[in-house]
Ligand binder design. Sequence first.
Ligand code: EPU
Length: 288
Amino acid sequence: MQRNIPLGPRTWYGVGGAAEFLAEPRDQTELAELLAACHAADVPVHVLGKGANVLVAEAGVRGVVVQLNAAPFRQIDITAPIVTAGGGADLEKLITTTARAGLGGLEGLAGIPASVGGAIRMNAGGRYGEIGPHVQHVRCMTSRGEVVEHDRRDLRFAYRQSSIAEPIILTAVFELTPGDASALRRRLKDVMAFKKTSQPMAARSAGCAFKNPPAELSDKPAGRLIDETGLKGTRIGGAEVSTRHANFIVRHDGGTADDVIALIEHVQRTVAARTGITLEREIVIWGT
Ligand code: EPU
């Protein structure tokens, strides 16, 4: 546990304030003790995955930020076609390892930066599918440090959400489909290539800033609504609506978290005024 640790370097946006405390427990026992102690003392706990969908405000985060960086939380075990991964494991690594082992199912998620736990919690996905349908089982930890298991039967996944209420996903079990390893690797390359042409992958962002509106509100995705509102290239300070994909808000050198937040709000207001649709944020903002 460390005090007053800047969170910017641990997020894709690379900006924002510090965590009052940052905890990197070494194993499940330490994690359980930490959560139980925080619960007893009423200290807020925030769980950080790979920081790819979070923007930390300049004010920083009160309480404890937990990151599952220790080896026991990052393990990946393959007993084909079953794969078990720790919540802190890297999604990209899980995707390449399973494809190399000739197990298909996750290759459509290539290029999504995430921890396995973060990806499952928000049911990460895109045009080539979501992670939820591949999850068979999860072991979670409650805010009191107790272990809880959920089977496929009591798990629900929807667009960018899951039914998992516990703050921590310890491990996840996937059932994948045996396939040809070289075909799977080619598919990975194709998905990545498509993403590179349509998204500003090298820029600092947290992926799509807004969820696509539900079908009953609009048949147009958020990116198109923002684009048609003429907002591509709009800047506030060092934050800019990407000229490549309008649902990405990128941060240039010198741009602050406040610039990004101001631009998010500007986009919401402008799109609502023009189309009547209020875009719901997908990026999670900490510390406001
Ligand atoms: N479009 C525009 N202008 C733009 C961007 C998109 O007109 O600036 C139009 C495109 O022409 C396309 C449509 O909008 O016909 C959809 O665009 P895209 O295929 O890029 O998909 P998306 O719905 O914008 C979703 C996910 C992405 C994921 C991609 C690809 C959401 C909010 N976004 O984007 O997820 O990478 O599919 O699989 O669901 C993320 O969640 O952070 C994210 C990047």
